[in-house]
Design a protein around this ligand. Structure first.
Ligand code: NAD
Length: 246
């Protein structure tokens, strides 16, 4: 297989489903060897990649658990070649009115979405130092606005942009750091939202009048990970059908 990522090693988190699975497949199609990490079983993603003559291995990892993240990263440069690309997609959503949101629910969302981005991003940058690389985190179009009944999720995604912008400055010019900011994408996460008919109507009122496909986000990840992304850092890249225009 030849492609723009030939010879590169990529780590994709959240690779069992949705956007992460699509990113793993698209990066593998471009020639990268992909480490597919998730709490859930990545067998389906691995099978798709192998079917397409790509190269991938699976790893179970809870991105909110520091020890789990450290043991995953201990493999890079040891059992595995050094890491070139991180696409960090693992995330969870939680919907509830603020006054029904427990501290435990807030902590869980922040642990996966923010602490997970911090842990995985920090270790990926450590692994890339002196060699260079690409870090791609996943925020959301909700990183740019507030939304009722989703405040812990919205706050965690604003914070992911904060990590992105700070790391982009701290590790330039060798390591480029950006965030995907998807709008409504047709995945299990979107289906899990208890969308009222009013919200669904509002989501569908975006200029492109449809939900996005995970592959459409993955193609942005490929752009950022490859030679075409060489002058982009510190950005939140909207793949959102025009849902917001910040
Ligand atoms: N779908 C959308 O509309 C949308 C919009 C904006 C942003 N996003 C973001 O995109 C990312 C991917 O979302 P998706 O829609 O593909 O969701 P998804 O639910 O389909 O996939 C998320 C994946 O993350 C994994 N995961 C959850 N917690 C984990 C943990 N602690 N450790 C490791 N893996 C864990 C899940 O097992 C799952 O495979 C998320 O960060 C999400 O916030 C999604």
């Amino acid at each position: 297989m030849t492609g723009s990522l030939e010879g590169k090693l990529a780590l994709v988190t959240g690779a069992a489903n949705g956007i992460g699975a699509a990113c793993a497949c698209v990066l593998a199609e471009a020639g990268a060897t992909v480490v597919c990490a998730d709490l859930a079983d990545t067998a389906d993603t691995l099978a798709k990649i192998v079917e397409n003559n790509g190269s991938a291995i699976g790893r179970e990892c809870n991105v909110a658990d520091e020890n789990a993240v450290l043991s995953l990263f201990a493999e890079f440069g040891a059992e595995l070649p050094p890491l070139d690309i991180l696409v960090h997609c693992a995330g969870i959503i939680h919907e509830a009115p603020l006054l029904d949101t427990s501290t435990e629910e807030f902590d869980r969302v922040v642990a996966v979405n923010l602490r997970g981005s911090f842990l995985v991003g920090r270790e990926a940058i450590r692994a890339m130092q002196g060699r260079g690389g690409r870090i791609i985190l996943t925020a959301s179009d909700m990183a740019y606005y507030g939304r009722e009944t989703f405040s812990p999720y919205v706050a965690s995604k604003h914070a992911v942009l904060g990590l992105t912008r700070s790391w982009a400055k701290e590790f330039a010019p060798d390591i480029l750091v950006n965030a995907l900011c998807p709008g409504p994408i047709d995945t299990a996460m979107l289906a899990a939202e208890n969308m009222t008919p009013e919200w669904r109507k509002k989501e569908m009122a975006i200029p492109l009048a449809r939900f996005g496909e995970p592959e459409e986000v993955a193609r942005m990840a490929l752009f950022l990970a490859g030679p075409d992304g060489s002058y982009i850092t510190g950005q939140g890249l909207g793949v959102n059908g025009g849902s917001i225009m910040p």
